[in-house]
Write a protein of this length. Structure first.
Length: 642
């Protein structure tokens, strides 16, 4: 029997200390590599110091939290007569598991940043809900990075497995002194896991210092970023917990004052439920909405982007063409949410995936159903992705068409059939319909990593085929064929047709909210639609109210977006954008940005960009919009009357 009663505890603590040092070393090395890769985003030593220091604080906080449970178990074995062999093996397996998670997350980070310009967050595990599509995307679009990740993780799993074979040479002994020492250590771990004595424990906002969201992400490590995102899911239904709050009365008053002056509110229990006269006397027109995947203004020549979209560009002078239309988010689910429901973006996930929105949540399909429409969602991939099928069929749509419904498609890629197959299916469904008016929501997918599309359809823009530029060009080609087909078959004379993007591709930039990457194309054609270039700021939440008005429908809705057919010449518009946990409220004069656990900031717009050299004092308009989204969802106030 070894006389030193502290030997067992010392052995375990030495192991935990080594584990913490190695983990912090891995995080630091990964952070330095990322700093080198994105050196052009870092402003010399003025940025390097807060990244390194903030990163060390985050790393110490995370490792302190991870070893907290093993230290508590050591305390238990020290103040009882329990033998410690079980605790010994628990500590080894516990540290082995987390260390390999750390390696996996850091190895996956460069590819994730390349796609989203942020460290892994909740999008990382949301994509895991559809492993087949994600693995296919990685295999075809990031196969080199995937090989590196697999090899690195395999090596780590193999060599770190030696920890699991270690046997304790000393058994735990009852020791009050060891227990007291461990209690002191636990108190220290509480302090280091909080990273100090401040009122709130450390969180991403504590190490944020830049207007570039990626730079603010560099001090984090990816395991911390992911775990914090998981933690945030418990609070995601409440924007007030992130941004602060105002009274519900003030919030509702602000929201109502921002709505069209022509509305009549009809139900106090559903504050925004209203009616409004339609601008047209049309009756029985079809509504066809084409949502183009990942198509930002940067790819659209008529919006100042690359010359990749001749079909879209051709409608600039023969449609209601939106020059300043902005997406509400960076994911397809967020775009579909805004386009079909008119719902505001929030720090929560899209309502397509939130539980309280899976029934009795308003979509324009409900209004159209009440007006005799047959409502169809047409997609070329698997419609369970992002819970699209479940949400739509539960909220007004009658049928959902997806990849399983295509017979002998000409091309099938990782994300489903080609856009040509998709549009051919849509035409077939329209042609075979009875005299009942149709609402058809058509969602494309060809312009998505790994950018697969049929050969010999377009003249390639890039020499390598599988690039975003070539995929955009093919998507525009397929869209042009579809629109020409609709025109030739007379659908422009008996329908309202809207083309709009869901979001831009790979939204990134050196701002807290990279506004230019939310700029998307959109236009409306059809019976009674005036050809014009609209210069006002337009949000995706404005589209659904506008479409209903063009259809001649004045039924009640809870949508707060503006009917753009009934705005005066002085109306300049506004747009609301969600970027990770930041939200922006943009007008032509200024932008207000909400950040978690920080005061809102407001900057003037100068030459089309925020002038961050001088901040203003914002009112509560931006906060009211963020809070209303969370409040109306959480309290089930975004619906039609019972």
């Amino acid at each position: 029997m070894i006389n030193n009663k502290f030997s067992y505890v010392h052995t375990q603590l030495r192991f935990l200390f080594k584990f913490s040092l190695i983990s912090i070393g891995v995080f630091t090395l990964s952070r330095i590599i990322l700093m080198i890769l994105y050196a052009e985003r870092i402003s010399g030593l003025s940025d390097t110091y807060p990244i390194i220091l903030g990163g060390f604080r985050i790393d110490v906080s995370l490792t302190s939290q991870v070893i907290g449970i093993p230290v508590l178990l050591l305390l238990f074995t020290s103040i009882t007569k329990t033998k410690g062999i079980i605790v010994h093996y628990f500590i080894r397996y516990w540290c082995w598991f987390f260390f390999n998670i750390f390696i996996l997350m850091e190895a996956a980070t460069p590819s994730f940043i390349a796609e989203y310009d942020l460290r892994p967050n909740r999008l990382f595990f949301e994509y895991l809900e559809t492993p087949a599509e994600v693995f296919g995307m990685l295999l075809k679009g990031y196969w080199g990075q995937l090989i590196v990740v697999v090899l690195l993780l395999a090596a780590t799993l193999y060599y770190s497995a030696r920890w699991l074979k270690q046997r304790p040479s000393i058994q735990s002994q009852f020791s009050i002194k060891a227990g007291v020492s461990l209690i002191v250590l636990i108190l220290c771990l509480v302090i280091t896991s909080r990273s100090g004595f401040q009122h709130r424990p450390i969180n991403p906002s504590f190490v944020a210092f830049s207007n570039d969201s990626l730079v603010n992400n560099l001090p984090l490590n990816s395991s911390y970023s992911l775990m914090f995102s998981i933690y945030q899911l418990g609070n995601e239904a409440s924007a007030s917990k992130l941004y602060g709050s105002i009274s519900n009365e003030e919030m509702i008053s602000i929201i109502k004052n921002q709505m069209s002056p022509e509305v009549t509110f009809i139900d106090e229990s559903i504050p925004t439920l209203h009616t409004k006269p339609a601008s047209k006397n049309n009756e029985g027109l079809n509504l066809i909405i084409i949502v183009e995947e990942s198509l930002g203004a940067q790819f659209v020549g008529s919006l100042g982007g690359k010359p990749l979209t001749p079909s879209i560009d051709s409608f600039k002078d023969k449609s209601w063409f939106f020059k300043n239309l902005y997406a509400t988010g960076t994911r397809s689910a967020r775009g579909l949410e805004a386009i079909t429901t008119g719902f505001l973006p929030s720090p929560a996930r899209s309502v397509l995936k939130l539980p309280k929105a899976q029934s009795n949540f308003y979509t324009i399909a409900e209004t159209l159903e009440d007006n005799g429409y047959l409502n169809t969602f047409v997609y070329g991939g698997e419609s369970h992705f992002d819970n699209m099928k479940g949400f739509f069929l539960s909220n007004g749509f009658h049928q959902a068409v997806d990849q399983s419904d295509y017979k002998n498609p000409q091309f099938v890629g990782n994300w489903g059939v080609s856009d040509e197959d998709l549009f051919n299916k849509a035409i077939h469904l329209l042609d075979s319909a009875n005299k009942q008016p149709q609402f058809m929501l058509v969602f494309s997918s060809s312009n998505h990593t790994p950018f697969e599309f049929p050969d010999n359809k377009i003249e390639l823009y890039d020499q390598e085929k599988a690039t975003v530029n070539n995929a955009v060009k093919y998507a525009d080609y397929a869209l042009g064929q579809f629109l020409n087909n609709l025109d030739q078959k007379g659908y422009f004379e008996n329908s309202i047709v809207m083309v709009v993007a869901d979001h831009d591709a790979r939204v990134m930039g050196d701002d807290l909210v990279p506004v230019n990457r939310f700029h998307i194309p959109g236009f409306i054609v059809g019976k009674g639609v005036e050809n014009k270039i609209d210069e006002s700021l337009v949000s995706q939440i404005d589209l659904a109210p506008t479409l209903l008005s063009l259809l001649g429908i004045d039924s009640p809705t809870p949508m707060i977006g503006r009917d753009l057919t009934q705005v005066d010449s002085n109306y300049k518009g506004r747009a609301i954008m969600q970027y990770a946990n930041n939200q922006a409220y943009l007008t032509q004069e200024s932008i207000v940005i909400l950040q978690p656990d920080k005061k809102a900031v407001q900057y003037q717009i100068k030459d089309g960009q925020p002038d961050t050299t001088r901040s203003l004092s914002p009112d509560n308009t931006a906060l009211a919009h963020a809070q209303f989204a969370s409040w109306s969802y959480n309290n089930e106030k975004y619906k039609l009357a019972e």
